[in-house]
Ligand binder design. Sequence first.
Ligand code: HEM
Length: 407
Amino acid sequence: MTEVSRRRLVIGAVTSGVALGAVTVTGCTGPAAAPTARFVPFHGATQTGISALPLPTRGLLASFSVQVRDRAALGGLLAGLTDEIRGLMAGTPPRTRDAAYPPVDSGLLGADPPPDDLSVVVSVGASLFDDRFGLATRRPTELITMPFLANDRLDPQRSHGDLLLALESGHADTLQFALRQLMRRTRGELVLQWLVEGYGRGAADAAAGTTPRNLLGFRDGTANLDARDPAVLDRHVWLPAGADEPEWAVGGSYQAVRIIRMFVEFWDRTQLVEQEALIGRHKISGAPLGMRDEFDDPRYDTDPDGTRIPLDSHIRRANPRTPETAGNLMLRRGFSYTRGFDGAGQLDQGLAFVSYQRSLRQGFLAVQGRLNGERLEEYVVAEGGGFFFALPGVPSEDRFLGDELVG
Ligand code: HEM
């Protein structure tokens, strides 16, 4: 055994202990423990980065157009991407080579990349199923180009794409390292179209048994699906076998991405009672209005007229918790972004909303349909994003992402 792999084994043993016991996740109160970074396993029936916990501190979405010309070359691209991601997520040390050549990596993480909760999720957009690769009959049935929804101001420069990479890790330089390696590996095959980078206090808050806040100052993720529960993910996130979907897509997931700008100066001038009425929760505690604890049930049954929690509040519209809406749940996994300021001197920041669901119609589109016209719209506007399909996972060394799609 090499020194590197022996060291990795030790780290693996320590972190898997933490994963089993001490680190708490959003929605779970328990003993606080310092989060320990790990190498997120790559192999699995589903892409592991979609459900890995705790949520790391940094996130990045990068959308690309695919430049290769035929299906065989697309297979080569996906195989190369898989190989690179597998190495990055495992912390495989970069090869060294003769100094007469450029180094094989940027050197950002030194000779031995440390564990940093890095994960990469690969998704494809509806445009990949046009006539370039003969994949039209293999398109996941609900995968469409994201339409303009009510209140949207989608910028074509920040929307859609053939292939989306969703990267997460504990530090910004780990993300840049991974992104540069992936782009270097796919040079000439993928061209970057848009990118958004951001952050959230996922891991630290999970360790403290609390929930991260978004840039409106409210806890975000309180009523999210529990990504630790495989049965919940099977029911709401992963495409099941036997659905009316192409067979290659089983284990994948529809992904909705929305770059939602927040008018934070306006928000910060809004009365607290109004802010809380718009969301439906208390700002500091995160509890449903009129309740004490963040995880208290909002008890809409005792408030049919919306006296306590307004009927048009965000949480009540997003999830009225009725039997008819019980199938509309999704796994949210977004992060905050800041991009400096605009020409009017207003801060340009917001939420990179990301959700995974087994049906866009039942999940994102149903929820967004209920949110259309919500009062929160005065303070936010979607400026980009897209609909994608997160490929099924890679179960073993001899397989690659999307092999059954292109095979
Ligand atoms: C900038 C835009 C948005 C902000 C600031 C925001 C904020 C929040 C906050 C503070 C909560 C309460 C805490 C929680 O349970 O996580 C929440 C819940 C939720 N949001 Fe949003 N959200 C935004 C956009 C969206 C979008 C686009 C969707 C989906 C179409 C969505 C779906 C949900 C859902 C499903 C819940 C959980 C409701 C429940 O089960 O009680 N949100 N959001």
